[in-house]
Ligand binder design. Structure first.
Ligand code: ZN
Length: 222
């Protein structure tokens, strides 16, 4: 008698596709270097990004940027990071984010377009934070489901869908590429509270990022 075989485990959904096995840190991070993360008030965060032009797709500059963004995101212990958050005006983001079912989603989207929200979809109010608003979190309503379409670094089509926390991430990161921060979606009173807290907490967050960046140098080859 043999044990009933268990179905193959999905380790992650990478670029919108299920894979059976995936490293703890995306391979891009080993090739990348940590860049400085921009903070609220810096102009690049508050203007709409520019679409990555076709001639950059498949090129070394874009690949390097994505590598750096992964490493920067991990050093800051984030689940998503947009180009404007490393001071780049191109519209793209990277992510490594669980959904509410515990499924890990990893990838990057260049020139993302968020599908129009289904009016029947639920609005979920949960805590949200941002690496460019270091420290605090605030409750914010987001659609429970989200789909983003775009291309990958080589220009191939990408469709990424998710629910719950990952759907929140997709909405948050696409907002970044359009020059919008989550605090822009809060009431004036709540925004004031969050920004006051940011001023109190940011130094501690920056110190933690420096420590984590050092640890990554030990953990990642290269
Ligand atoms: Zn953010």
């Amino acid at each position: 008698m043999s044990e009933q075989s268990t179905p193959a485990q999905v380790a992650a959904v990478v670029q919108g596709r299920e894979v059976a096995d995936y490293p703890v840190l995306a391979p891009e991070a080993a090739r990348g270097r940590v860049r400085a993360i921009t903070a609220r008030g810096e102009e690049v965060l508050h203007r709409r990004g520019v679409d990555v032009p076709d001639e950059m797709l498949g090129g070394a500059e874009l690949a390097r940027l994505i590598d750096d963004m992964f490493r920067t995101m991990y050093a800051a212990e984030g689940v998503g990071l947009a180009g404007s958050q490393v001071g780049v005006g191109w519209r793209l983001f990277v992510y490594d984010c669980p959904d509410d079912d515990g499924v890990r989603h990893v990838g990057h989207v260049v020139n993302p377009v968020l599908e129009a929200r289904d009016p029947d979809d639920a609005v979920v109010v949960e805590n949200e934070g941002c690496l460019s608003v270091p420290g605090p979190h605030a409750e914010l309503g987001r659609a429970e489901h989200a789909t983003v379409r775009g291309v990958d670094r080589d220009g191939g089509p990408v469709v990424v869908s998710g629910s719950g926390y990952f759907a929140r991430c997709l909405q948050h990161e696409t907002d970044h590429t359009l020059g919008k921060l989550y605090v822009d979606r809060l009431s004036a009173r709540e925004r004031k509270r969050v920004l006051k807290k940011m001023n109190e907490m940011s130094e501690g967050v920056f110190e933690r990022r420096r420590v984590r960046a050092k640890e990554l140098e030990e953990e990642l080859p290269g």
